[in-house]
Design a protein around this ligand. Structure first.
Ligand code: UDP
Ligand code: MG
Length: 316
């Protein structure tokens, strides 16, 4: 197999036919001697997406589908696809046509120039709300500034990766997936092309704020220890301030005798310390929760139905 295209699907009923049509009109003219496969992962859609996918699969043997047992989230759905992809190169693309399939030949062309990863970087993005654009911008910049590996800014999972990189991803069994970070971590030669991100073709976004916050926290905790260190540094800082306040109190008590026993200063310092302690415990908790998730070693997802042979290596 020369090329696998991985498409996570969550309530994409209005987009599937158009997506399939546009993918074919791009992939067929590429005339890949080894052929291609389209792997759709139904991530617990509540609409007729699965029926549409099974329909396509019945008509076209290049269409594979994996039906997960419930909604596991975008990153896990992509992982399920990566676990089953057999292509020498693998494209990850959204189903809502925000990532234009027409870029695939370009991505592949760049790859043939000797890169293992070619990601598509958003030059602009239409349709998304102001708040989404702003939070995304902020998140990528914060993440870039607190991590040692260089995770590209303003880049989603739309990209082409080589078999080597897919094998690398399979060696990373972590439960909390942040695939774009993992791919940066893997290394090899990586490059990008720029594109203007279109509006979602139909339907609604499956990325609620809740899911976005979870993804952001997964990315940060998986690729940076800075928040943990910040808790320590914050602790030292607050203790330092407390020490200075202590000195000042003694100074006013014994030297200037201008001493007012007052509770405001007391309250402020108690509240401040309490706040810092709670934040620090919370930060540690975020890491702890992920530690315990990984210790449990649950499978990442369960498959309820697929037209793919299930004999390949079991997902870790
Ligand atoms: N998606 C998924 N599971 C989810 C949420 C989304 O598989 O829980 C898929 C969705 O069908 C789409 C891709 O992930 O193919 C990106 O989602 P979406 O377009 O909703 O995100 P946005 O572009 O708004 O960030
Ligand atoms: Mg989208």
């Amino acid at each position: 197999m020369e090329l696998s295209v991985i498409i996570p699907i969550y309530n994409e009923e209005p987009n599937i036919d158009e997506l399939y049509r546009r993918l074919l009109s791009v992939l067929e003219p590429m005339a890949l001697p080894g052929g291609f496969e389209l792997i759709f992962i139904n991530d617990g859609s509540r609409d007729q997406s699965l029926a549409l996918l099974m329909n396509l699969a019945a008509r076209d043997p290049r269409v594979r589908y994996i039906d997960l047992s419930r909604n596991f989230g975008h990153q896990i759905a992509v992982t399920a696809g990566l676990d089953r992809a057999t292509g020498e190169a693998v494209v990850i693309i959204d189903a809502d046509l925000q990532d234009p399939p027409e870029l695939i030949p370009l991505l592949r062309q760049k790859m043939l120039e000797g890169y293992e990863v070619v990601y598509a970087k958003r030059r602009s993005r239409q349709g998304d709300s102001m708040a989404k654009k702003l939070t995304a911008r902020l998140f990528y910049r914060i993440l870039a500034s607190i991590t040692h590996i260089s995770i590209p800014v303003d880049t989603g999972d739309f990209r082409i990766i080589s078999r080597k990189v897919v094998e690398g991803l399979r060696l990373m069994p972590e439960q909390n997936k942040f695939i774009r970070g993992q791919i940066s971590w893997i290394g090899y030669r990586q490059t990008y092309i720029e594109y203007d991100r279109a509006e979602r073709a139909g339907g609604e976004t499956g990325y609620t704020y809740r899911k976005m916050i979870r993804l952001a926290l997964d990315g940060i905790t998986a690729f940076s220890d800075v928040p943990l260190k910040a808790a320590t540094i914050g602790g030292f800082l607050v203790s330092g301030i407390a020490f200075l306040v202590g000195l000042y109190t003694m100074y006013s008590r014994f030297v200037t005798h201008d001493y007012q026993p007052g509770w405001p200063s007391l309250m402020v310092s108690i509240l401040f310390l309490g706040g810092v302690q709670l934040i620090s415990v919370g930060i540690i908790g975020e890491y702890m929760a992920r530690l315990s998730a990984n210790v449990r070693q649950r499978p990442l997802y369960l498959i309820s139905d697929t037209n793919l042979p299930l004999v390949s290596a079991p997902a870790k």
